[in-house]
Design a protein around this ligand. Sequence first.
Ligand SMILES: [Zn+2]
Length: 239
Amino acid sequence: MSVAGKDRPVLYLCAPINALVEGIYEQKIPFTEIKKHGDFGLGTFDQLDGEMVMLDGKIYQITSDGHVAQMDDSALTPFACVTFYRPAAHDEINTPLNYAEFNKWIQNLLPSPNIFYAIRIDGVFSYVRVRSVPKQESYKPLVEVAKEQPVFTFENIKGTLVGFYTPTFMGSVSVPGLHLHFLSSDLQHGGHLLECQTNEIKAGIQFISSLELGLPMNLDYLTWGFQRNVGDDLDKAEK
Ligand SMILES: [Zn+2]
């Protein structure tokens, strides 16, 4: 359980996104630790081995070949962003939306751009484009990895988007703006969302006004020089 407990929503990050963007892909943080801070979220696995979705306390790995596997709590991660998901607001829309309209619809559900939100969207998507990062040795910057990322597209697929909105000024800590991962309802497909078009969807939104940030106590992280402005890299790697 996070410091503030389950009653007050807290966003937990086990490491700043900067470390991942720089190519520190191994932190050996077990999900037993991550799950003390949330039952809902996203991230990746050590060696950048695919995309992670945490939904209802279950951990799913989407590998770069598109395969989905449920992982146990002994799996290790260098970056995970989680919370105990307790939505405060709900909305739904049965009119098809293209990606620009979808983004606008979500933004309209967020009363201020200056706090965090956990966002869960369930429904039928007429189109989904996702990527999943391939397993890496450390120190290859994320933007380089993203150039060769496998991309998958799906049509008329039922599933869930899991993720967060982060204020843009927090870009060294978490992916700024919307960051969503997709998992199909049949648990066969998923990945980091690049684009979607919706058919019928419903959204749950949790307002989060506290942040708990883990700083990894390992040699890679402790001795890294974070002089580079990684904002451009992050934008290319995550959008
Ligand atoms: Zn992602």
